[in-house]
Design a protein around this ligand. Structure first.
Ligand code: KG4
Ligand code: ZN
Length: 351
């Protein structure tokens, strides 16, 4: 029997197995991560090696540098994830991996490692969409959370309002037409002289500061669920440059607080409207910017008012990690066929 037929049969058998352990790999951007996850919910280990300190010198992620560091990290991380979960490769039932979206060179390191493990160990290969992984981070944090729900995905590369119908079916309700929210945070931080990645630094500097500056007069996407960040980002950059040219002092905490409030408020109003329009009473946050304290506080307040139950993962599960990949890989294994070894990394991948 050829490889893919054998793997399909293994998946059928695994669906009846009480405990399924997945070794999951994430390498889509600047975090290399390997995790062992049982039944999509129980994290036995989740080892993350961040390259932030390396890319900080360049003010952003350099794809080639990221790929090279993933190569150095990946095998030691597989070993660490296994030993931390007190497992050996013989205990693993399937291999989960991020296929996209992300940097192709970076993705290829994780994907090639996953294919090699799958082939050598004769285990099913589950190819995962990174965005779906971010959503699944909530299944780890909230053991009783089940779809359907509305999701607000806010990461460095994506910003979207997604209707999650079940574990593997998603509808895109609205998305950014240009920059992602995390990208806007990072670019504004850069112009303010804050180190990469600046999102968390803006969050910290804005704490306790009442926003007073209005950078854009209205949301050009108002009325739609879609979002645009390039106007706001450019307005902040122009504001900063103008003050610098006039040799005026920058009130950095004030700029941070005002930008953050504008960036978050437009998103919050749209996602709450989407919940109302689609009759969803559960709202789930996902992605790196879900760690933002203003976003959390604002949604805490407004969702309560609207009678919506709000979920957000702990901060370590907001940013990239392999545990979330192991979680979605499990639900994918339950419902669809495994991947063939011919699959390639995808820079963009539909939901
Ligand atoms: O989800 P993620 O790890 O990467 C992608 O898959 O894109 O998100 C990283 C992004 C970065 O843009 C970072 O600046 C932002 O999340 N971020 C934050 C905060 N913590 C991380 N943005 C705003 N406030 C934060 N507290
Ligand atoms: Zn991510």
């Amino acid at each position: 029997m050829d490889y893919i037929e054998r793997m399909k049969q293994k998946c059928v058998a695994l669906r009846k197995q009480k405990k399924v352990k997945i070794l999951a790999i994430e390498s889509s951007c600047d975090e290399t991560s390997v995790a062992i996850v049982e039944n999509g919910r129980k994290v036995l280990s989740n080892i993350i090696s961040s390259q932030i300190d390396i890319h900080r010198h360049f003010g952003g992620v350099v794809p080639e540098v990221a790929s090279r560091n993933h190569i150095l990290n990946i095998i030691p991380l597989v070993d660490q994830a296994l030993s931390s979960a007190k497992c050996t490769l013989n205990d693993i039932d399937a291999i989960g991996v991020t296929q996209g979206a992300g940097l192709v060179g970076a993705l290829l390191v994780g994907l090639t490692t996953a294919k090699a493990l799958s082939f050598a160990l004769d285990l099913p290969l589950i190819n995962v969409n990174h965005i779906q992984g971010h959503i699944a981070a909530n299944y780890i944090a909230f053991p009783t959370l089940v779809p359907p729900f509305m999701c607000l995905l806010t990461s460095g590369g994506h910003t979207a309002i997604i209707k999650v119908d079940d574990y593997v079916h998603f509808k895109l309700i609205g998305t950014t037409q240009d920059d992602a929210i995390g990208e806007a945070f990072d670019k504004v931080a850069r112009v303010l002289g804050l180190e990469y990645p600046g999102g968390a630094k803006i969050d910290k500097l804005a704490t306790g500061v009442e926003p007073k500056i209005k950078f854009i007069q209205h949301d050009i996407m108002s009325g739609s669920y879609d979002i645009s960040y390039s106007g706001l980002k450019t307005a902040v950059i122009n504001y900063v440059h103008k003050l610098e040219q006039n040799k005026e002092k920058l009130d950095v905490p004030q700029i941070c607080a005002s930008f953050q409030a504008e960036a978050v408020d437009m998103l919050v109003s749209k996602v709450l409207r989407a919940c109302e329009d689609f009759g969803e009473k559960k709202l789930v946050l996902a992605g790196g910017v879900a760690a933002n304290s203003y976003l959390r506080a604002s949604l805490d307040k407004l969702s309560k008012k609207a009678g919506i139950e709000l979920f957000y993962p702990p901060k370590e599960f907001c940013t990239d990690n392999a545990a979330m990949i192991g979680s979605i890989a499990y639900y994918q294994l339950l419902s669809s066929d495994p991947a063939d070894l011919s699959i390639s990394a995808l820079a963009n991948i539909p939901l």
